[in-house]
Design a protein around this ligand. Structure first.
Ligand code: HEC
Ligand code: HEC
Ligand code: HEC
Length: 141
């Protein structure tokens, strides 16, 4: 066996390892965004960022029925006519985001984190970015 053959064999093994690592690390780094729901019936028009609802984050903590039966959330992206008045009144997100079960409504940027102009939709992609990097606080705060 010549020296050259040995070297190229080593290179193939190295390439194989890199490809294997890439195959397992790339999808995971973007996974968290899959199945998020962007809610933007009113936000853009009201001059605030669209809401990004992390569905999986909530699904692993609560049964479907908590939200879709007890709290009355329709199974449809944007299908619930959610307003801040209703949230502060303890409905929809406000049933939990009340400072007891979860942090309260004054954390505007936690929910209003979407890129302005992103329409209401169920997010089926693992690669497209939804959340805007830097948040500019709204005047009202
Ligand atoms: C727990 C999540 C959550 C938090 C925290 C939150 N919002 Fe919202 N907000 C929503 C959702 C969901 C909607 C509905 C979005 C839509 O359909 O466009 C909404 C809608 C709005 C709207 C448009 C409709 C309306 O009611 O006028 C404004 C303006 C708004 N939010 C401002 C704020 C401000 C200001 C804060 C912080 C003081 C805040 N929100 C905190 C979830 C939240
Ligand atoms: C913490 C509350 C919560 C829990 C728990 C929850 N959901 Fe949802 N779900 C929502 C909200 C909020 C929306 C978006 C509604 C909107 O845009 O107005 C939604 C939207 C949906 C949709 C329509 C969008 C899509 O992804 O196609 C389906 C289907 C759905 N949920 C199924 C489920 C199932 C199945 C479970 C249990 C495994 C579950 N949900 C658990 C709150 C919840
Ligand atoms: C059934 C209870 C429940 C409902 C309803 C609910 N949440 Fe939550 N949410 C939680 C809990 C619990 C946490 C975790 C709080 C913590 O880490 O302290 C959370 C965390 C979050 C987070 C942060 C996720 C992260 O990565 O840390 C966001 C954003 C959020 N909720 C948005 C919403 C919006 C928008 C709605 C309404 C459309 C909503 N939630 C409705 C219980 C709920």
């Amino acid at each position: 066996m010549s020296c050259v053959t040995k070297h190229s064999k080593g290179r193939y093994v190295l390439l194989g390892v890199i490809a294997w690592l890439a195959a397992f690390s790339l999808p995971q780094s973007a996974h968290a965004e899959y199945a998020d729901v962007v809610i933007n019936n009113y936000a853009d028009a009201a001059g605030i960022r669209p809401v990004v609802f992390p569905h999986w984050f909530h699904r692993i903590r609560f049964r479907c029925k908590v939200c879709h039966a007890d709290l009355g959330f329709q199974f449809k992206a944007g299908g619930n006519k959610i307003t801040m008045a209703k949230i502060i009144d303890g409905k929809f997100c406000g049933a939990c985001h009340n400072g007891e079960i979860a942090w309260s409504v004054e954390n505007c940027a936690m929910c209003h984190s979407g890129i302005p102009g992103t329409p209401t939709h169920f997010h089926g992609s693992t690669v497209q970015r939804l959340v805007a990097p830097a948040y500019k606080p709204v005047e009202r705060q």
